[in-house]
Design a protein around this ligand. Structure first.
Ligand SMILES: Cc1ncc(COP(=O)(O)O)c(C=O)c1O
Length: 370
């Protein structure tokens, strides 16, 4: 190991690889995925397109057709759109292009902002959310101003909107204050936009420092194909293009995402069904002894287990029943919390029944009675 140590940057030595639970469960409700496969009509179209695909050729580096379809759908010009191999890749590109600098984000939030900021030699600064999971806009503004004073450079601010893992959309007023009182690049990560229907997209035209990120991994059910996109003013896109790998998005993914966008109305009932189930899960969780579900505008729900019951034990009991959700108790501000992704109604029933059983047992245990 001695010889290897000499090669590794200090920031990398300190990092832990991003861990995904390596557990196979019958009911998978851990990763904000869409529980349904694609509508049959789109599947058939993809199969047909696949049979005509030139596998021997590199994919279109500009993703012309996909960007054009998106531009029509979003009413923005194609020059304002860049495709990524998942929006993760676009977060990396933004940091490679505009960093290293102070990269500010609320805590808890999507962990890739922190990881990618460190990898790209930026200073990652997490600002704790308040008890209602709202951002502390004044602290964020202060940190952004420090970058200006010390380095004479604008900072980068990432806001997940709605926030993963808390599920809420931060106050628009507070976000607008951040935009107005700093000269930072403000990245609004709208990975769950199709569920929340709340967006900052119109502001991209008004302010060149705003970037909106979206993904096909959630509502469009293409997590396995890795397709994300970024919307920003053309001069921003042109700079980020300098760090983009030429063939970052493979031809199959481009074609499939294009067909999804062309047939976007087919996803509306799916999204509505998921949000109806989200409400049902949330309401039912709230009726279970020792659980508090937090309001969510996305396809997942954060919930807290009463302090006298160990959330990790509840998580493990669910695994024993073949149900995988996410344990978040080790994240700052999420003591004894778990997060469940909305699945198909029968999966959600299994989860809720298991929770009732597990929490029922905890409730009657003399050791755990409140
Ligand atoms: C807020 C947020 N942004 C981005 C991503 C990553 O999306 P993608 O699959 O497009 O890389 C996620 C995934 O969970 C997320 O929660």
């Amino acid at each position: 190991m001695e010889w290897l140590n000499g090669f590794i940057r200090n920031e990398i030595k300190e990092l832990q690889p991003y861990e995904v639970a390596d557990i196979t469960c019958r009911v998978k409700l851990d990763a904000h995925e869409n529980p349904y496969s694609l509508p049959v009509f789109i599947q058939k179209k993809i199969e047909q397109a696949c049979s005509e695909l030139a596998f021997n050729r590199y994919p279109d580096p500009y993703a012309h057709i996909l960007r054009k379809n998106l531009s029509i759908k979003l009413s923005v010009s194609p020059e304002m759109i860049m495709m990524g191999n998942g929006s993760d890749e676009l977060i990396l590109y933004l940091l490679l292009c505009f960093g290293p600098k102070r990269v500010i984000f609320p805590l808890p939030t999507f962990s890739m902002y922190d990881i990618l900021a460190r990898i790209t030699l930026s200073t990652a600064i997490g600002i704790p959310l308040d008890d209602g999971f709202e951002i502390n806009e004044d602290k964020i503004i202060d940190e952004a101003k420090k970058e200006k004073e010390e380095k004479k450079k604008p900072a980068i601010i990432f806001l997940s909107y709605p926030n993963n893992p808390t599920g809420n959309c931060f106050s628009r007023k507070r976000i607008e204050k951040i935009i107005g009182q700093t000269d930072a690049l403000v990245v609004l990560d709208e990975a769950y936009y199709e569920f929340s229907k709340e967006t900052f997209l119109p502001l991209v035209y008004e302010c060149e420092r705003i970037v909106v990120l979206r993904t096909f991994s959630k509502a469009f059910g293409l997590a396995g194909l890795r397709v994300g996109y970024m919307i920003a003013q053309p001069q921003v896109i042109n700079e980020v293009r300098k760090v983009k790998l030429p063939y970052n998005l493979n031809a199959f993914s481009q074609g499939s995402a294009s067909l999804c966008i062309e047939n976007a109305p087919l996803f509306l009932p799916i999204v509505q069904g998921i949000m109806d189930e989200q409400k049902r899960i949330s309401d039912t969780l709230d009726t279970i002894y020792g659980i508090k579900a937090y309001p969510s505008k996305a396809n997942f729900i954060l919930f807290k287990i009463a302090e006298n019951i160990c959330a990790k034990d509840v998580f493990n009991s669910l695994i024993n029943e073949g149900i995988l959700i996410r344990y978040l108790g080790d994240m700052p501000g999420l003591n004894n919390c778990l997060r469940v992704t909305v699945g198909r109604p029968e999966e959600n029933n299994e989860f809720l029944q298991a929770m009732q059983r597990i929490m029922g047992k905890e409730a009657v245990s003399p050791l755990n009675s409140p």
